[in-house]
Design a binder for this molecule. Structure first.
Ligand SMILES: Nc1ncnc2c1ncn2[C@@H]1O[C@H](COP(=O)(O)OP(=O)(O)OP(=O)(O)O)[C@@H](O)[C@H]1O
Length: 216
């Protein structure tokens, strides 16, 4: 059983985060706290700063000013459209990359890594696709492979960029169910989404407009 202490543990903490692009403000002083064992959705209109905020959380973009602290390992699941469909890799290759966070790059997979890859593929229902090229998958299957990569990492903070966009309702439900179960396992799940069901099911909703939080 996971203790209440573990579940309420703070995983990420942003204060006064500003991001400017060429002198234009994309984020104008955002505060955010993310806790273990919860789901947080970043919502808002196009251009509101959602992806920029996710990038700051991920550590791939430095704030122009403000502070960021993150406690634990991060897995980032990009939108499937952000990945080239020409990459000559199989589904198992894609999921195996997730274990690099455990083993270090290019190290042979040990039994733990192989088990993590197999479990992640089984949870996403893509075991039968393991040897298929990424390029041969449908959009929904590709998004599942990317999420399997994210959970194979075994991270404390799982960041997802629009994971259900363009998926049919069964595929979207599978993705939502994995997000819920990861949170139940104690992971802090943060996702950018326009999907009303994802937003309704979230423990916390951060609404952005023009780079600032609204509705609080
Ligand atoms: N690399 C960049 N260079 C310059 N401007 C950028 C860059 N990335 C984002 N922006 C600008 O910052 C603002 C916020 O962009 P961001 O992508 O974070 O919004 P978003 O809420 O994720 O939008 P969408 O829903 O369309 O994905 C926009 O005005 C965008 O044009």
């Amino acid at each position: 059983m996971t203790s209440i202490t573990t579940h309420s543990r703070q995983r990420a903490h942003l204060r006064g985060v500003h991001v400017d692009f060429d002198g234009r403000s994309a984020l104008g002083g955002v505060d955010l706290d993310v806790h273990a064992g919860s789901t947080t959705v970043i919502a808002g209109p196009n251009g509101a700063g959602k992806s920029t905020l996710l990038e700051v959380l991920a550590g791939t973009r430095d704030p122009t000013s403000g502070t960021r602290s993150v406690d634990g390992a991060i897995a980032f699941v990009p939108q499937r459209t952000a990945i080239s469909d020409r990459l000559p890799v199989t589904v198992r290759d894609v999921v195996t990359v997730g274990t690099w966070g455990r083993t270090g790059r290019w190290h042979p997979l040990g039994a733990d890594g192989r088990a993590a890859v197999a479990e992640a593929m089984a949870r996403l229902g893509i075991t039968a696709l393991a040897t298929h090229p990424l390029a041969s998958l449908s959009g929904g299957q590709r998004q599942r492979a990317l999420l399997a990569q994210g959970i194979a990492r075994g991270a404390d903070l799982l960041l997802l960029d629009e994971p259900t966009t363009g998926l049919d309702s069964d595929s979207a439900e599978r993705i939502r169910s994995i997000m819920r179960s990861e949170a139940e396992r104690g992971v802090a799940v943060v996702c950018v989404s326009h999907d009303p069901v994802v937003i309704r099911e979230a423990d916390h909703v951060v609404r952005l407009a023009d780079g600032v939080r609204i509705g609080e």
